[in-house]
Design a protein around this ligand. Structure first.
Ligand code: NCD
Ligand code: ZN
Length: 362
């Protein structure tokens, strides 16, 4: 399809398989933006303060999210920590928790309690394999451990391979993959290894992320050729690659008042997440990286909705759909709480995007 000139399209409601919804007032502001951006199924990250390391904490958090957005299906995760034992995994499986997120200690926002030695968790991974829980990887090594000339993500890829070889039946997601090498590494693994691709990594590169705090996130956007590899993977029709926005809100003041290079990592895309994926693809066509023929209804539906649901063993459709129409709408600069005390800047503010209307199943 010719997205650039298309006036109207209909898509199934998006499944966003990597979201940060935070807590407190920030949560109250951010959770409603899921549906604003066309999402009715979301895999929720556990990097709260304190991190969600017990099943009871996860279930309590899920209750709070459901109270704010009763029409969204929240898939929940635990934060991998020494207290997450094989017994915890059994309890998590019974409670319907679907994944466990591994943050290398110190790699990103709220990862202080993360993993220092992956091998110490092999018993936990074996239990996850047995109970069919997904292992969600923040696939980066610490800066001190990356060899010269290699990105933090590329240096992590041998670990992905080792984990897959050691636990061949464990479902693994390499979250927010950002490099051509990661795309290839995921393809080389079996069908139970997939990867999420964000909206923002389809349009940002290191040149944006270095200098604009609203484009700064982990993993850092990479070279144009890496971005282009992600665009190709997103429209490849390969079900290993599905959408996970990694939309990560931070107070606007923390982004604007921090010294250059010190702003917290995270790009906020949630209120326009479906439209931002379409914008990234549209720009990919304009640059000649992907073609109009790549943008079929089937491939868009696969990437934005079906493949993620399939990986997480959900029905392939929720029955809800989205009507997207060109009406000259522009991305608002920020979203705010009623009192104005919480405000979050949105990625690509001012860009013209499709307007979104829900078509809910009867
Ligand atoms: C995320 C956050 O702010 O929680 N930040 C980010 O840049 N993506 C954490 C993460 O997913 O790395
Ligand atoms: Zn994230």
């Amino acid at each position: 399809m010719q997205l650039k000139t298309l006036q109207k399209l209909e898509l199934p409601a998006a499944a966003d398989m990597h979201v940060h919804l935070r807590q407190g007032e920030m949560m109250d502001v951010v959770v409603p933006t899921l549906e604003q951006g066309g999402v009715d199924t979301a895999f929720v990250m556990p990097n709260l303060v304190p991190p969600l390391t017990t099943v009871d904490q996860v279930i309590e958090y899920q209750g709070k999210l459901r109270a704010i957005a009763p029409n969204v299906h929240f898939l929940m995760s635990l934060y991998l920590h020494p207290s997450v034992t094989p017994e915890t995994i059994e309890k998590a499986a019974q409670a319907g928790v679907v994944g466990v997120k591994l943050y290398p200690q110190g790699a990103t926002t709220n990862s202080e309690h993360g993993v220092a030695n992956i091998e110490a968790f092999y018993d936990t991974f074996a239990a996850m394999e047995k109970h069919d829980l997904v292992l969600n990887l923040h696939g980066e090594v610490l800066e001190a451990l990356a060899p010269e000339g290699t990105t933090l993500e590329e240096a992590f890829l041998p670990t992905l391979k080792q984990l897959h070889e050691r636990f061949p039946n464990l479902r693994i997601v390499l979250e927010h993959c950002t490099t051509a090498a990661a795309v290839e590494a995921v393809k080389a693994c079996g069908s139970n290894v997939g990867a999420t691709i964000t909206a923002h990594h389809l349009y940002l590169t290191e040149a944006d992320a270095c200098c604009d705090p609203f484009a700064f996130c982990k993993p850092i956007p990479k070279k144009p050729t890496d971005r282009d590899a992600l665009l190709k993977a997103a429209v490849s029709g390969n079900p290993k690659f599905f959408f996970g926005s990694d939309s990560a809100p931070h107070p606007i003041t923390s982004k604007t008042s921090s010294a250059q290079g010190k702003a917290p990592a995270g790009v906020f895309t949630q209120p326009y997440v479906t439209q931002l994926v379409l914008l990234g693809l549209e720009e990919g066509v304009e640059r000649g990286i992907i073609s109009e023929e790549d943008l079929t209804q089937e491939k868009l539906e696969g990437f934005l909705s079906k493949f993620g649901r399939r990986f997480y063993k959900l029905p392939e459709t929720s029955g809800n759909s989205l009507l997207l129409e060109r009406k000259g709408e522009k991305i608002a600069p920020s979203v705010k709480s009623e009192s104005g005390s919480v405000e979050v800047g949105v990625s690509r503010a001012g860009a013209e995007v499709f307007s979104l209307t829900w078509v809910r199943k009867a």
